[in-house]
Design a protein around this ligand. Structure first.
Ligand SMILES: Cc1cc2nc3c(=O)[nH]c(=O)nc-3n(C[C@H](O)[C@H](O)[C@H](O)COP(=O)(O)OP(=O)(O)OC[C@H]3O[C@@H](n4cnc5c(N)ncnc54)[C@H](O)[C@@H]3O)c2cc1C
Ligand code: FES
Length: 363
């Protein structure tokens, strides 16, 4: 599950974003799917503590053995600044194997489909992997990319995207949305925020991508994805055709978890104190006592149980498990679909036991 990769090349995409190209020292491929992410484990915390962050793969499996991630600087952010300021070719980086459910399964022999990818800022990274996979492996399929940025200079993969579009025989079409454009653009450039109105306007113009028949992949700030979702609801796009990936936890998530009915009470209401949780992982059984102020993952890690995790924010699903008995409250449920919640899946990084009989089988 853990690997040490070597940085084999770096590409400065914008002043604030770098692509880190990684390979195993023996150049053997690591299995991945378009849209998945890699977890980087870096000794940049206080006192050299190891920190983990998820970074979506911008490469596709066809580029194996190379795996590429693109990191954008977050103001005040620990790991993104560490990487942008110190990463160098030849450096070794510990990673977890590629994970994630925001994936596209290429269907090479299929009749072809129409995909609409909606992204903003660093949200382009998994979409880049997905669009390259479709262009290479699905000759009958077409892709519309709607990509929001501040201006022309903040566009990650700008030249690569232009080249892919030019060589795609119209199978890839790009609509750029700039909140503060530097120059006037052509008909495929829009000014303003990538919100509901802008997306509706673009999809209205793009009759070659009839919304209800398209598959939508969304990745960007939560506000943008909520706006996109509202536009797609108005256009009667079935929820099953909409996939989304969040990089940052939303703020109203506790309410979201309750609204979906997967909890009976919130941890704030609980006065029962510590709860017993049984974990099954890789053939072993562990029993832990989880205090009310801790998540199941925090307690397990405190007891040196080496569970898989990455974002620690309920987004990436690296820590997913199936709740076989008892009740678990989730502070955040962005990473899980309604169907996974119904099947009893939980994320232990944001999970609190609500009863004393909780048993979780970690994936
Ligand atoms: C599944 C997944 C895939 C991801 N893929 C990518 C990727 O391809 N490229 C990429 O650059 N990042 C990606 N991220 C985000 C990445 O994991 C880190 O969260 C990000 O680099 C910030 O880490 P940090 O240590 O610099 O900031 P931290 O020290 O962890 O956070 C500092 C502050 O910044 C806020 N913050 C964290 N991330 C963001 C953000 N993206 N935008 C604005 N504010 C933020 C935090 O809430 C916090 O307040 C992904 C996250 C997930 C869950
Ligand atoms: S570690 Fe990412 S969802 Fe739990």
């Amino acid at each position: 599950m853990y690997h040490t990769l070597t940085v084999v090349a770096l590409t400065q995409e914008t002043p604030d974003a770098v692509t880190i190209h990684l390979e195993r020292p023996d150049r053997q491929p690591l299995a991945s799917q378009p849209g998945q992410f890699l977890t980087l484990i870096l000794p940049c915390g206080p006192g050299g503590k190891k920190e983990r962050r998820a970074y979506s793969l911008s490469s596709t499996p066809q580029e194996a053995p190379r795996l590429s991630v693109t990191v954008k600087r977050v103001v005040g952010g620990l790991v993104s600044n560490y990487l942008l300021d110190t990463v160098r070719v030849g450096q070794q980086i510990e990673v977890m194997e590629p994970l994630g459910n925001f994936v596209l399964q290429p269907n090479a022999g299929g009749a072809g489909r129409a995909l609409v990818l909606v992204g903003a800022g660093s949200g382009i990274t998994p979409l880049m992997s997905i669009l390259k996979a479709v262009l290479r492996q699905e000759p009958q399929s077409r892709v519309l990319l709607v990509y929001g940025n501040r201006n022309e200079d903040s566009v990650i993969f700008k030249d690569q995207l232009a080249q892919l579009e030019a060589g795609s025989q119209s199978r890839l079409q790009i609509e750029h949305v700039y909140s503060q454009p530097l120059r006037a653009g052509g008909s495929h450039q829009h000014t303003g925020r990538l919100n509901r109105t802008t997306l509706l306007h673009i999809l209205e113009q793009r009759r070659d991508f009839p919304a209800p028949q398209c598959e939508f992949y969304l990745c960007g700030p939560d506000g943008m994805m909520n706006e996109a979702r509202a536009a797609l609801d108005l256009l009667l796009v079935p929820a099953a055709r909409i996939y989304r990936e969040s990089f940052v936890a939303a703020t109203e998530t506790a309410e979201a978890a309750q609204a979906h009915g997967d909890v009976s009470t919130s941890p704030a209401d609980s006065t029962d104190g510590t709860r017993l949780v049984t974990l099954h992982y890789e053939g072993s059984e562990y029993q832990i006592k989880v205090p009310p102020h801790q998540t199941i993952l925090e307690t397990a890690l405190d007891q040196d149980i080496d569970l898989p995790y990455s974002c620690q924010a309920g987004l990436c699903t690296a820590c997913r498990g199936k709740c076989l008995s008892g009740k678990v409250h989730l502070d955040e449920r962005e990473g899980l679909s309604d169907s996974e919640i119904k099947q009893g899946y939980v994320l232990v990084c944001v999970g609190h036991p609500m009863t004393d009989d909780v048993v979780i089988e970690i994936d």
